[in-house]
Design a binder for this molecule. Structure first.
Ligand SMILES: NC(=O)c1ccc[n+]([C@@H]2O[C@H](COP(=O)([O-])OP(=O)(O)OC[C@H]3O[C@@H](n4cnc5c(N)ncnc54)[C@H](O)[C@@H]3O)[C@@H](O)[C@H]2O)c1
Length: 278
């Protein structure tokens, strides 16, 4: 238990699972009150019950602007204000080659991954602007920084989340509102477990698989890693950080890979250069 978010109120979308649930727990540990939104009612309510009076759950489908507006308003009506908005809800969405991707699946994916973030930013700004304070955090991805790390629509939407973070950040800084994003690599949550094993509950199995391909020796990324990044961006400790995309990717976007042969053993390349014509 700490006090890094003492007195603050956060709204989190996609809070019934994975990163959202981990953030809810971590934020509450640090003194925050949380408003949780998700389309999965059972686990969302159970999490709010577990957290007690400092948490409240509401069904919220981020593809519906009214639902997102109502989640933000619930923070105001139940806890008196909104300090932190986390636009986290997401899915993998439309997959497959570009020439066979069905347009309706593409559109449905954009509705969640991009429009949902737009609604979150819009309504958070509505209540934060008059108070001249706030922190908005959105979930991008390493697929929002590089190509080839996810399906096309996912990649496009996560790049758009990075763009929206910077564009909206450029507007809202003069209102005292900080806007940042988090870009995780593949982390052990239900979403990735489902992709890796076909079973969203196989988190431990996903962790083992991710540890093998992680640039950080035998270390898989977890929901708690992302929750800790969100905690910092939500807290006043990051008070001068704005428009930033914080990776939790073990260096994947630096080009780090698991076991890089280029750094294996010293070889006298320089001495040999003349002979080999390098
Ligand atoms: N897990 C990863 O490796 C990873 C990496 C990069 C980015 N992300 C992003 O992080 C976010 C959270 O992912 P996660 O790994 O925790 O996944 P998860 O599947 O564990 O949780 C996602 C939550 O979003 C909810 N959700 C889905 N559609 C929704 C909708 N229309 N409205 C409201 N809620 C909805 C789900 O019910 C679920 O509870 C997503 O935006 C995802 O794209 C995940």
């Amino acid at each position: 238990m700490g006090n890094r978010l003492e007195g603050k109120v956060a709204a989190i979308t996609g809070a019934s699972s994975g990163f959202g649930a981990a953030m809810a727990r971590r934020f509450v540990e640090e003194g925050c009150k949380v408003v949780l939104g998700d389309i999965q009612e059972g686990p969302g309510k159970a999490l709010a019950d577990e957290l007690g009076d400092v948490a409240v759950f509401r069904v919220c489908n981020v593809t519906k602007e009214d639902d997102v507006a109502a989640l933000v308003d619930l923070a105001d009506s139940h806890f008196g204000k909104l300090d932190i908005m986390v636009n986290n809800a997401g899915i993998v969405g439309a997959v497959g080659p570009i020439d066979t991707t069905p347009a309706n699946e593409w559109q449905a994916t954009v509705d969640i991954l991009l429009n949902g973030v737009f609604y979150g930013m819009k309504h958070a700004a509505r209540v934060m602007k008059p108070r001249k304070t706030g922190a908005i955090i959105s979930l991008a991805s390493t697929a929002g920084i590089l190509g080839g790390l996810g399906p096309h629509c996912y990649t496009a939407c996560k790049h758009a989340v990075v763009g929206l973070t910077k564009g909206v950040g450029a507007e809202l800084c003069r209102h005292g509102i900080r806007v940042n994003a988090i870009a995780p690599a593949g982390m052990a949550t239900a979403m990735v477990a489902n992709v890796m094993t076909g079973d969203p509950n196989a988190i431990e199995e996903a962790k083992k698989g991710l540890a093998k391909t992680s640039p950080l020796l035998n270390r898989a990324g977890t929901a708690e890693d992302v929750a800790n990044a969100a905690l910092w961006l939500a807290s006043d400790e990051s008070g001068y950080t704005h428009g930033h995309v914080l990776t939790t990717d073990a260096g994947t976007t630096t080009g780090s890979t698991a076991g890089d042969p280029a750094f294996a053993e010293y070889e006298p390349m320089f001495r040999e250069a003349g002979k080999k014509g390098i």
